[in-house]
Ligand binder design. Structure first.
Ligand code: FES
Ligand SMILES: [Fe+2]
Length: 406
């Protein structure tokens, strides 16, 4: 059976019979190209938060599925997504990453564009009459959901907002519309397929092993639970406990003391928005990772957060006390001084890159998924729906989820 047929079969299974994907799905270049066409050029993809591009001229430029894109804040305060390719001879206009440019000037022959993509000037045209209106930058769709910015390279795409409406009842108590303070880091290159990074980001099964000293003491695997989900989004969660050890303990303890905020702090919620967003919501902060595919075996990971609190250095920037040294997580010892998020992301990078190293094995075989991996099964259903043009799946609602509904 060929790889595509195998993936089609496996991604249509329910939890009872679900297996991990064939390894080729994480290493085969042709399969990767199919994903770029059917997913990253055709669906809503998370890019950054509004706080990262809040001022006139602030931009974020990146390449998505071979398409250079720039998201830029206009003078009118509108955020727009545009092609980052010069309309002269095709040079990328803005450098990749974050920057500020009220006018975009091509580094090659200085054709210049406004912040809404109109061609403004062409130096030294000689006798040639260049019709400026015929040389504007193409636009892409852009939508913001609670300050999180998504783009879609397919201009015929259905709006994003409706897709996420079902989550509202669980998220209402957090008042996400007050999460107006946002920040984010730089792209980090991981030698891993984008799906390994995102599967790792959404499941809580690995906390007790990979994050033994960082997340597990406060977010223990054995108290993780499923809330609701399907192919379009999934919410899972877990109890926040105080075991008396671990870096999050004192901040969480302090935070849960006032009775009125207790119900925000006594559990966490993991928000999975396929294809590429995995968020961790506790109390007043939603920390996340965004995954951008590079090649079949390489991804770019960017961490960020939005919060109702001004005090966010990193995801739990105010949790810097304590020092741990973990034997896990890599070559270099973890250093909490560089930030709690950095510490557990180093652990995730380590395990994802290690996982990737087996993805060309011809003898190893994928195995069964466990109950805590229902969210991974949802992600597979997402793949099934996009790669094979199937419709969205109906949501599964865990029996106790009502408790979290306001
Ligand atoms: S390629 Fe941009 S100005 Fe020539
Ligand atoms: Fe992790």
């Amino acid at each position: 059976m060929n790889l595509i047929q195998q993936v089609k079969d496996i991604t249509s299974e329910g939890l009872e019979t679900a297996h991990s994907l064939p390894f080729g799905a994480y290493s085969d270049a042709e399969f990767y190209n199919l994903e770029m066409e059917k997913i990253f050029k055709d669906d809503w993809v998370f890019v950054c938060n509004e706080g990262e591009v809040s001022q006139h001229g602030d931009y974020y430029a990146f390449t998505l599925a071979n398409e250079p894109v720039v998201v830029i804040r206009g003078k009118d305060n509108e955020l727009r997504a545009m092609s980052n390719v010069c309309r002269h001879r095709g040079t990328p206009l803005n450098d990749e990453g974050f920057g500020n440019a009220k006018r975009m000037v091509c580094p090659y022959h200085a054709w210049t564009y406004t912040d809404s993509g109109k061609l403004l000037g062409v130096p030294h045209p000689g006798t040639i009459d260049i019709k400026k209106e015929e040389h504007c930058l193409p636009h892409f769709k852009l939508e913001s959901w609670h300050g999180l910015v998504f783009i879609n390279l397919n201009n015929n795409a259905a709006p994003l907002a409706e897709r996420y409406a079902g989550m509202d009842k669980y998220l209402k108590r957090y008042n996400l519309n007050k999460f107006v303070h946002g920040q984010g880091g730089e792209d980090e290159e991981w030698q891993t397929n984008w799906k390994l990074a995102i599967e790792n980001g959404i499941e809580s099964y690995h906390l007790f092993k990979v994050h033994q000293k960082t997340l597990e003491p406060t977010l223990p695997t054995k108290h993780a639970f499923y809330i609701e989900g399907g192919s379009e989004w999934t919410l899972t969660g877990g109890d926040v406990t105080n075991t008396g050890v671990g870096p999050m303990t004192s901040a969480v303890l302090n935070a849960i003391t006032p009775e009125k905020t207790k119900r925000l702090w006594n559990h966490y919620v993991v928000i999975s928005l396929p294809p590429n967003f995995a968020g961790l919501l506790i109390g007043d902060t939603l920390g996340y990772i965004a995954v951008r595919p590079g090649t079949a075996g390489k991804s770019y990971i960017r961490a960020g957060s939005i919060s109702s609190s001004r005090v966010i250095g990193d995801m739990f920037g105010y949790i810097r006390a304590g020092s741990i040294s973990s034997s896990r997580g890599s070559e270099s010892a973890l250093d909490l001084e560089s930030g709690f998020t950095q510490a557990f992301l180093a652990e995730d990078k380590w395990i994802c890159e290690r996982n990737q190293r087996s993805m060309n094995s011809k003898v190893g075989k994928p195995g069964k998924l466990v109950e805590l991996e229902r969210v991974v099964v949802d992600f597979y259903h997402y793949l099934n729906s996009r790669l094979f043009d199937q419709g969205p799946t109906a949501n599964y609602v865990a029996p106790d989820s009502e408790k979290l509904v306001d």
